[in-house]
Design a protein around this ligand. Structure first.
Ligand code: COA
Length: 621
């Protein structure tokens, strides 16, 4: 779990501090080839594996293609602060052409607030805005505490990228802009209500931030001048396929007023979405409904037009106490976003302040030509298809949390991942390529690599679990340790996925023919992540949600707390083979069955396991 060390000298979080962090290494070629074969073993058939083995032998030959590309990568690593980060930003995000909604931007459901009316909604919004401004001042004054993973400081660069930034669509690739270091950095946020956008200046002329009281009054003015609900949901354009949105964007900003309005949104510090009320659901359904409200807004009839999905950070506040956010993924990962959402919420109650008359927040105007109207209609239709297609289940596993695996001397994350492997195997009778994000923030400008949760050992364990005649506990123990070992390897920059990507991109950059290992069926199979998973831990009782990354896959995000675990499972309705609620149930059963298995095993039989797990503890940083 990431920890925030308040004792660290404040200047340490400044981007310059990253100078003191190690550079991301390039793993040895032979190591990656060996681990790649091991990762393929449980997921491709023996014939395919043999074919890939031969290709890898050829690739690794002394003086061969692999060696040449590896040298190229090592040179790149010498010259650059991080050999991967620019490539990763480009390939994983800016070149990705699917809509950011559901396919890329994660949502976060924050704990439900105790209000159920407009006043409560605005009071909370005012406090939240003031809280974010406090957080911004920590960024501006370079007093943001450094995070640690064990004893190792983490790169804080992502924190400096989430405010005052926005993705800009292109017809072939996107860009991302950040206005923090502008000559005149932004002093406003955007607020959207009933699909209408407003510029809200959040600083007084003496550069002090508005108080909660002042913000509340400004929000009331916004509310009262956006009562009409028949406005064109201009923001829904941002939910479209990126090429279509890129084309529509060029058309939209031909008009000077539109261009200025769009620029005001892009340049704002962040966006606050005051959502229209949505139908109430039972307590049981509430979390799932909140999850989809954060991810897509419910469709064109509800709140999907009440967003600018390109904006890096958008807080969403519903009238019924539903709170959360959605963020555009290009600049940052989930953990910094969730940690900051925790910092924001520390803002105290409203304080009455002397009333200085404030300017009316400026409503952003848009001229809607017939062509823009057509683009909006198309985006609405596509959004509604996406909304119907998303199958989501947000649940709380309340039987135990991190406490139980810890009591068994097991890594909680590895324990949960093994339960997921078991759940998937029980449904499909096979293992699948599984992605778990691993943080590379121990390195300068580090983002993520992949922990491959399906291993030879996990495969043996899941096959044994429902077989009465095998030594399940020993196999579980081995599988958990294999997962933790892969995790340690990944966070130290020694995993295979980004290295293989780097070798491939190096070949493209050298304008050389793509090595056969990248045109091999195994490579396509290993990247088809039927399970795309991530642990996003938080001190608050929140949960992050995201969509699957393949049409026949699942997205699974979890926040393990001490005594319970929050899960968000997603799938697509258009795939007949997947079902989010079914996987969520299978996961719950798997967690309970593994617990029962461990409890039923006499302590003496586990003694060997405890010894070796204590030894392994040394590996955990
Ligand atoms: N016995 C007892 N306790 C153990 C243990 C063992 N064998 N192994 C681990 N633990 C403890 C740890 O000390 C830790 O304690 P804490 O709760 O006091 O912090 C806790 O159990 C959790 O450890 P573990 O479950 O192993 O996971 P982790 O916190 O090391 O996290 C990752 C693992 C992979 C999630 C993390 O390294 C990571 O990379 N996170 C990034 C996620 C990310 O970027 N997501 C992007 C989303 S967009």
């Amino acid at each position: 779990m990431f920890t925030v060390n308040m004792k660290t000298p404040p200047f340490n979080s400044h981007p310059q501090f990253r100078e003191g962090l190690p550079k991301l290494p390039v793993p040895p070629l032979q190591q990656t080839c060996e681990h790649y074969l091991a990762a393929l073993t449980p997921i491709v058939d023996p014939e395919e594996l043999n074919h890939t083995r031969k290709l890898l032998e050829e690739f690794q030959k002394p003086g061969g293609v692999g060696e040449r590309l590896q040298k190229g990568l090592e040179q790149r690593a010498k010259k650059m602060e991080n050999w991967l980060s620019d490539w990763w930003l480009q390939t994983a995000y800016l070149d990705y052409r699917m809509p950011v909604v559901v396919h890329s931007s994660p949502g976060v459901v924050l704990p439900r607030m105790e209000f159920s009316d407009r006043q409560g909604q605005m009071r909370y919004a005012a406090k939240l805005i003031a809280g974010v401004l406090d957080f911004k001042s920590m960024i501006d004054n370079e007093t943001l505490p450094v995070e640690y993973l064990g004893a190792k400081p983490l790169c804080m660069n992502q924190y400096y990228k989430v405010l005052s930034s926005c993705r800009i669509p292109g017809t072939k690739r996107d860009t991302v802009v950040n206005y923090t270091l502008d000559k005149r950095p932004p002093t406003h946020i955007t607020v959207v209500h009933n699909f209408q956008f407003f510029v809200l200046d959040v600083y007084n002329s003496d550069a002090t931030p508005l108080t909660v009281d002042q913000i509340y009054i400004q929000l009331e003015k916004i509310w009262n001048s956006s009562l009409q609900t028949n406005k064109e949901p201009i923001g829904i354009l941002t939910s479209n396929h990126r090429n279509s949105w890129g084309k529509a964007y060029n058309n939209l900003i031909k008009d000077k007023t539109n261009k200025e309005s769009v620029r005001a949104i892009q340049k704002s510090i962040f966006t606050v979405c005051l959502d229209a009320p949505i139908p109430r659901v039972s307590d049981d359904m509430y979390r799932t409904r909140a999850g989809v409200q954060m991810l897509h807004g419910g469709g064109s009839r509800w709140n999907s037009g009440n967003r600018w999905f390109d904006k890096t950070l958008q807080f969403i506040i519903g009238e019924d106490g539903t709170c959360g956010l959605i963020y555009e993924h290009a600049p940052a990962e989930g953990p910094p976003i969730v940690v900051t959402s925790y910092l924001y919420r520390k803002k105290s109650e409203m304080v009455r302040t002397p009333m200085v008359p404030l300017r009316m927040p400026q409503k952003l105007r848009f001229h809607i030509t017939p062509e823009i109207k057509k683009d909006i209609e198309e985006a609405k239709q596509n959004m509604n298809i996406m909304v119907h297609d998303l199958d989501m289940k947000v649940s709380v596993f309340s039987h135990f949390g991190k406490d139980f695996p810890k009591s068994q001397k097991m890594s909680p994350d590895a324990f949960i991942q093994m339960a997921l492997q078991l759940a998937y195997y029980r449904i499909y009778k096979r293992c699948c390529p599984t992605y778990e994000s691993a943080s590379l923030r121990m390195f300068r400008l580090g983002r993520t690599d992949t922990i491959r949760s399906t291993t030879i050992d996990s495969d043996k364990f899941v096959k044994a679990m429902d077989d009465p005649n095998t030594e399940k506990v020993a196999l579980l123990d081995k599988a958990v340790k294999a997962h933790r070992a892969y995790t340690d390897m990944a966070i130290r920059g020694q995993a295979i996925d980004r290295h293989l990507l780097g070798l491939k991109l190096q070949a493209i950059e050298d304008l050389a023919a793509l090595p056969e290992i990248f045109m091999d069926t195994s490579y396509a199979v290993v990247l088809h992540f039927n399970l795309s998973t991530s642990q996003v831990p938080a001190k608050t009782n929140c949960v992050m949600c995201f969509g699957p990354v393949v049409p026949d896959g699942y997205g699974v995000c979890y926040n393990p707390m001490d005594t319970h675990i929050n899960f968000a499972v997603s799938a697509f309705n258009s795939c007949q083979d997947t079902n989010a609620a079914r996987l969520a149930q299978a996961l719950e059963d798997a967690l309970l069955d593994i617990k029962t298995l461990l409890e039923q095993t006499p302590k003496a039989n586990k003694a060997w396991s405890r010894q070796s797990s204590e030894g392994e503890q040394l590996l955990i940083i």
